[in-house]
Each structure stands twice: as structure tokens, then as C-alpha cells.
Design a protein around this ligand. Structure first.
Ligand code: GAR
Length: 180
């Protein structure tokens, strides 16, 4: 079973739902994440773990890991989850936490990958699915796909084309990993 962590829109969560993958739980650090509405519409249990309701980041991550494990989660997918995870969380799901990122890592890690790619003037960028470690978008790469940058691209137009790729790549990788 899969647990999905979200902080925002949840378009990647929706792609996983639409693929029919076995999602047992959706967790967020933000109570206002639209992704939670998508989880509810799909009948998937969800919970919010805001930092300000926990004594520390470790304690929050451990509570989140407990909740996920209690629902039978074995694989954790970060789909637009914008916090780092503490080692105590990662150790609960060893080699079983993955993330999707809108760039060809190791290029442009962090929360502004698309803005950074445009500012750097690169001719191509893309999407990456990778294992999660304690760093910022720094774990080993599982799959990547390239996206050409067009001369008139804005952040919005480039993001739209990268997300088309993400919505295909992430469910494909998750399906393959879960079948192992
Ligand atoms: C996705 O494009 C994902 O690659 C990115 O956040 C977006 C979330 O969209 N993640 C990162 O930048 C991680 N560093 P979504 O909420 O619609 O799936």
C-alpha cells in the first residue's frame, strides 16, 4: 500500500489516483492543501500534521510515520510535499520513499526549480523521480524525462508541460516499484 504526502494542488496525487494505484493514506503539512479535497473525493483517508501542532519536526514526522504505518503503508510518495523529512521518518520506510521534482536533478533542486531553470537560460529541463534522503531533492535518481524550454516560455507554460510529463512518469515508476 502507498502513502502520499502533499502540500499543494495535488495534481500528481490525482495522477496516482487515476492510475488506480493502491493508495491507503494521504498526509499533508497544510490543512488548506487542495490535494486533501482530491483525497476526500476519492475516498482515501487523509490527515494533517502541521508543524505548529507538534513539539518538534522529529515528533511531527514520527507521528506522521505512525499514522501511515498504521494504515498499512509500505511505500511513501512525495507528490508536491514541500518539507524535508527527518531521518526518523525515512528509517521507518527504508529505500521506500520517493519524490517527484520538476527539473533534471541534480540541476535546480529546491522549491523554485522552474523559475531557476528559466533564469539560468537552459535549453532543456524536465522531470525527475528519485529516492528521498535527508537532503533537498538529493537522493538517487530512478527516472528522468526531458522537456525542451521554448523561447517564449513563462513559469506557467513551462510548468504545465513539465507536469504533463510528471503525471505520466510518477505513476509509471510507482507501479513498477510496487510490483517488485
Ligand atoms: C510538482 O510539480 C512537483 O514536481 C513539485 O511540486 C509540484 C506539485 O504539484 N515538487 C517540488 O518542487 C519538490 N521540490 P501538485 O501538487 O499539483 O502535484
Amino acid at each position: 500500500m502507498i502513502g502520499v504526502l502533499v502540500s499543494g494542488e495535488g495534481s500528481n496525487l490525482q495522477a496516482l489516483i487515476d492510475e488506480g494505484l493502491p493508495i491507503a493514506a494521504v498526509a499533508s503539512n497544510r490543512s488548506d492543501a487542495p490535494a486533501l479535497v482530491r483525497a476526500g473525493a476519492a475516498g482515501i483517508p487523509s490527515a494533517v500534521f502541521p508543524l505548529d501542532q507538534h513539539a518538534s519536526r522529529e515528533e511531527r514526522d514520527e507521528a506522521m510515520a505512525d499514522w501511515l504505518a498504521g494504515l498499512g503503508v509500505q511505500w511513501v510518495v512525495l507528490a508536491g510535499y514541500m518539507h524535508l523529512l527527518r531521518p526518523s521518518f525515512l528509517e521507518r520506510f527504508p529505500e521506500r520513499v520517493i519524490n517527484v521534482h520538476p527539473a533534471l536533478l541534480p540541476q535546480f533542486p529546491g522549491t523554485h526549480a522552474i523559475e531557476d531553470a528559466l533564469a539560468a537560460g537552459v535549453r532543456e529541463t524536465g522531470a525527475t523521480v528519485h529516492y528521498v534522503d535527508e537532503g533537498v531533492d538529493s537522493g538517487s535518481v530512478i527516472a528522468q524525462e526531458r522537456v525542451a524550454v521554448q523561447e517564449d516560455d513563462t513559469v506557467d507554460t513551462l510548468r504545465t508541460r513539465i507536469q504533463v510529463v510528471e503525471h505520466r512518469l510518477l505513476p509509471k515508476v510507482v507501479r513498477e516499484l510496487c510490483a517488485r
